[in-house]
Structures are given as structure tokens and as C-alpha cells.
Design a protein around this ligand. Sequence first.
Ligand code: GDP
Ligand code: MG
Length: 174
Amino acid sequence: TSDYRVAVFGAGGVGKSSITQRFVKGTFNENYIPTIEDTYRQVISCNQKNVCTLQITDTTGSHQFPAMQRLSISKGNAFILIYSVTNKQSFAELAPIVEMMKEVKGNAIAETPIMLVGNKKDEESKREVSTAGGQKIATAWGCGFIETSAKNNENITELFQQLLALEKKRQLAL
Ligand code: GDP
Ligand code: MG
């Protein structure tokens, strides 16, 4: 199909909705509004001369039932795994999602674009996860890595560009 589905995972409060909204709408909200699953669509370029629809699903994170998580994973072409650099626990909570991805995708996991994201890089004084620590796990999981700030609009476009660049079956670009 001409749809390219990206699912965003991570613990509650890490900035899944903020990163998605910053990318899709260019806005940021200081308030925490718990999410019911939401999907956003954007037209991107595919194989130079064609277009396809980038579908970004902002999941409810850890509130999602395992069966729902499994479904989001099986439907997804690519994944964004977010933790907050100010919360070590949110970093640890990603491991079970990665395990589920390996299980659901099987051998295809090796070709599945995944970006590990340390969000809230603007809150340097509250940092609990080092950049090197994030990079090390990304290397172990075989995925890309970037630190972002949805608040300050740092590395948000870059995150999506890097994710699309990991797709080898089609040539995708913003
Ligand atoms: P979600 O539960 O993962 O969707 O998290 P939200 O996107 O709703 O964000 C949770 C809270 O963190 C909100 O109060 C946001 O304003 C705040 N937040 C999100 N991204 C950033 C960021 O990059 N920096 C800072 N300082 N706060 C952020
Ligand atoms: Mg949310």
C-alpha cells in the first residue's frame, strides 16, 4: 500500500504527544493531556517521484493493553520509542516493548526502522539518563538514537528524517 505507518511508544508523560504535535502541527503545550490513541497523516515523498501517506499513531503508552500494543506493532512499518532523559524509569519501561517487537516481527525486525528517543533534553539539571547511556542501548537494540526537546523544537524534524532514512525497501523523505 502507499501508507507508511509509524507507531510512537513510551511511558506516560515522556512526550509522545508533544513530539507528535510538534512535528505535525508545530505547536507545544505545557499541560499534560493523557491521550486516547490518535493518528495523524502527512504526505511525504516516496521513491523520488511518488508520494505516500505517513501515518503517525500516538499511542497511550503503558496504559495500552498488551493486545492493543501487539496490534500496533504488527500494523506498524516503523517505530519511535521515547523515554524522558529526566526519568530513568521511563527508559527501563521500553525494554518489554522491544521484546514484544522482536516476538511480533520475527526476522523482519532487522529491517524495521526504529528510533530510540531521549526527550526533554532542555531539562539538563534534571537529567537521569546520560547521552552515552541512551546511545549504548540503541546500539545494543540495533536502532537509531537521538535526543530531542519538543518544548524547544530541537531535533524533531531530524528524528523523522532519520527514521525514514532507515527504511530500505522504499526511498522515503519529508
Ligand atoms: P505523553 O504522555 O508521552 O504523550 O506526554 P506529553 O506529550 O503529554 O507530555 C507530558 C508532559 O511533559 C507535558 O506537560 C509536556 O508539556 C511536557 N513535555 C513534553 N515534551 C517536553 C520537552 O521536550 N521538554 C519539557 N521540558 N517538557 C516536555
Ligand atoms: Mg500522550
